[in-house]
Design a protein around this ligand. Structure first.
Ligand code: BGC
Length: 381
């Protein structure tokens, strides 16, 4: 394990907990001066039962965020913390006011999976002004000083796993091989990493003619990923887009062979569009990628309607986040393993990265069931 901890993290944590204690003292004693010692960051660590963790999640509409929220609450409460979990129906204003309420109601630490990574600066500045440490959960929060840590999966690697899977299967396909690429929500910082990881592998194959994109929706560089992004990651929008491409560019008897889908919600919609256009599971069904290992998609994988998935074990993500909360609250060194990659345009946010894993039909049992992520019965096995 190449996990490293950094002195810089220690000093940030000391500052964070110093201001956390100051903040709790101020709120607890309505306007009195901070407890002695808080200025130097040497105050006694806060007790878990006195610590409220505000958790802001984007939407209940996707299976993964429900699991993320529930598990985060479970592990934090096991450690004795109080929690306040809110979902924002993918609406930025709703998420902003939920965070505002958490601050007003005395949250001591905030864990935020943002909807729009650039929209939370002003509300998080309020948190910072009150000394409340902020952890960006899964998605980086951009263009603000007011985020202390980031905990996520290696998002570039997610895209690489998708690209590598596609590349590994091309020998089984007959030329010309038709690819249709999709990207995630343009307001989600992760989507850029997913696309870049895959496109660094696939673009050379588009350039040398191995892969042909009949729709022309083929970004010329990673930077152009937003041009094919599906705002809000909606299955219905992905389905409509795939139907549109099939109806406009595949009416002459040619078939689509490969579809790069960045995640499972898009893959579900794309699979619907394929079914509507008469594609049947079997050797001619297109390669279709995904991410999140949602139950509906794993069922599709087993039924031959999706070719691979990427498991990001969100239980581990929640556990690492709870550990981070505890290290911040206790004033301990905060464990991080990336101090370079996640520049939010104001600062490089100290990050803990976890590793994603490919799942195919043949590895469902090993990767998803034997690991305890799902019970066999969850997947109809
Ligand atoms: C997450 C993915 C998820 C997508 C849509 C991304 O930020 O990392 O796991 O599929 O959002 O919710």
């Amino acid at each position: 394990m190449n996990t490293r901890t950094f002195v810089v993290a220690l000093s940030t944590a000391a500052l964070a907990v110093g201001s956390l204690a100051a903040c709790s003292a101020e709120r607890g004693s309505t306007g009195s001066t901070p407890a002695s010692g808080t200025q130097s960051g040497n105050s006694a660590p806060a007790d878990a039962e006195d610590t409220m963790v505000g958790i802001a999640m984007p939407t209940k509409a996707l299976e993964r965020w429900n699991r993320d929220g529930a598990h985060l609450v479970e592990v934090l409460e096991e450690k004795g913390y109080k929690t306040s979990l809110q979902y924002a129906d993918n609406k930025v204003d709703q998420q902003t006011s939920q965070i505002e309420n958490m601050i007003t109601e005395g949250a001591d630490v905030l864990v935020v999976a943002s909807i729009d990574g650039t929209a939370l600066g002003p509300v998080l500045d309020k948190a910072k002004a009150q000394g409340i440490p902020v952890i960006a959960y899964d998605r980086l929060i951009n263009k603000t000083e007011s985020v202390d840590y980031y905990v996520t999966f290696d998002n570039y690697k997610v895209g690489q796993l998708q690209g590598e899977y596609i590349k590994s299967q091309l020998a089984n396909l007959k030329a010309p091989i038709h690819l249709e690429p999709f990207a995630g929500s343009p307001d989600d910082n992760n989507a850029k990493f997913f696309f870049s990881g895959a496109w660094d592998i696939l673009l050379p194959l588009v350039k040398d003619g191995t892969l042909q994109v009949r729709s022309g929706k083929s970004p010329k560089s990673n930077e152009e990923w937003q041009s094919i992004g599906i705002l809000g990651w909606g299955s219905d929008d992905a389905q409509a887009e795939m139907e549109n491409r099939l109806n406009s560019f595949y009416t002459d008897g040619e078939k689509v062979d490969v579809i790069l889908s960045p995640n499972d919600s898009l893959a579900l919609g794309i699979a619907q569009a394929l079914e509507g256009a008469g594609y049947k599971p079997g050797p001619d069904y297109p390669l279709l990628t995904g991410q999140d290992a949602d139950i509906a998609n794993i069922k599709n994988l087993l039924a031959g309607k999706q070719s691979m998935d990427v498991l990001k074990n969100t239980d581990r993500l929640a556990e690492q986040t709870a550990k981070m909360v505890e290290q911040i609250v206790k004033g301990e060194e905060v464990e991080i393993n990336d101090t370079k990659t996640y520049d939010n345009e104001v600062k490089v946010v100290p990050t803990f990265l976890l590793t994603p894993e490919t799942v195919t039909k043949d590895t469902v049992q090993k990767v998803l069931v034997d690991s305890g992520f799902y019970k066999a019965s969850d997947l109809g096995l």
